[in-house]
Design a protein around this ligand. Sequence first.
Ligand code: EPZ
Length: 436
Amino acid sequence: MKEVYQVPASQSLQGDVIISGAKNAVLPLMAATLLCRGTSIINNVPQLDDVDTMADVLRYLGAKVELQGSRLTIDTRECDGYQAPYHLVTKMRASIYVLGPLLARLGQASVALPGGCAWGPRPVDLHIAGMQALSAKVELSHGNIHAHAGRLKGADFTFPISSVGATVNLLLAAVLADGTTRLFNAAIEPEIDNLVDQLNAMGAQIFGKGSNTLVIEGVAELQAAEIDAIADRIEAGTYLIAAAITKGKLTVKQVQPSHLTALIDSLTATGALVYCEDDSITLDAQRRTLKPISIKTGPYPLFATDLQPQWMTLCVSLAGVSQVTDTVYPERFQHVAELCRLGANIRVKGNTASIIGTPSLSGAPVKASDLRAGAALILAGLIATEHTDISDIHHLDRGYQNLIGKFANLGVTIHRHASHTTDCQTKTTPLLSLCG
Ligand code: EPZ
């Protein structure tokens, strides 16, 4: 059954919101448990569809997976499967994270190739090149990656571009390889550091955490460990931007402010008041006139591409002209057409959108094309003059835990109800669900 979020008009966010564990940290942490036989624990896990999907992948491989509150227990003592099938990989691109650990522990892996997504191709050539660098034999047939190796052999590998996922996969492969692996131009997102901490707790020998050069001394075996997932910096950023858009005052709690410096700098530049404590960030935009600020996304610690759609909504809401450039995903602009349906004035040329701010938007039915585009539409609905109906909200269920409850605590009542729309507009191909 298709469901819709109905976002009420003109609400100002006031209050606190507890930020959940990071989806993009938990998915690699879950894949890493395949590297050992034992019972691993991951704390601060959000209840999200993507976590459920990764749990289904691990169960398909023979693991027992149980989430109690935010504590995830993964028992891999009888985990001998090495195939991740298309019907699961189609649901979530990050399923490819099982490639590295399966190759490393079992010497073989068959993982369906993830397809493209709402904003264009999502290649995995760097994942494959990395496995080959570690002496795996890889062939592609019938839409699957078939990889096998005796024991992987440590090697040097330089990422031609910064890739979070490929860095994850190579880390997960190299920790059990024979010899030393050096990764150059590795991604340095906080989620990578979280994974390095978990792997080292399992007995891995990884050096250079937080730098673009990671050195991994392969070991023969790893043991199950317990790890806390870091806070979701993208969820936190989404709520901070929402507070700026609605001229509210909001504190995000249980976060790491150092993970959001680019966003904090940009929000401050708009004229909003932003101040940080050890594990919280407060934004106060009450009675303040904000101005739109142009941003350009890039690998961490630059402005996160996963906050680009939400930032565009902020620029739409402020009088003035600004530009939003995405250097990570040059085509990540599916939200533009939907924002324009609400009355926004945006032109896209290449990987840059030029925005002329609009004092107010008019409510209208719109469609979420992917997770972060859906978030941008919710933020736009908050400042529209009438309510806004957002369809295809299953995308949001992938990455925002308890969205209705968290907004309700901030004074905004978002309704979720069955959609009776049958027009072709609401039909999205399964590939659209691959962004994430
Ligand atoms: C991760 O995706 C995140 N997903 C994405 O978040 C995020 O947008 C992205 O990193 C960038 O920060 C998860 O962590 C589950 P990349 P990933 O490899 O690993 C190109 C969300 O909304 N590339 O860092 O797939 C790629 O096309 C999601 O939570 C290759 O060319 O991203 C892109 O242009 C969306 N070949 C650039 O690298 C490859 O083999 C960065 O992608 C791999 C990537």
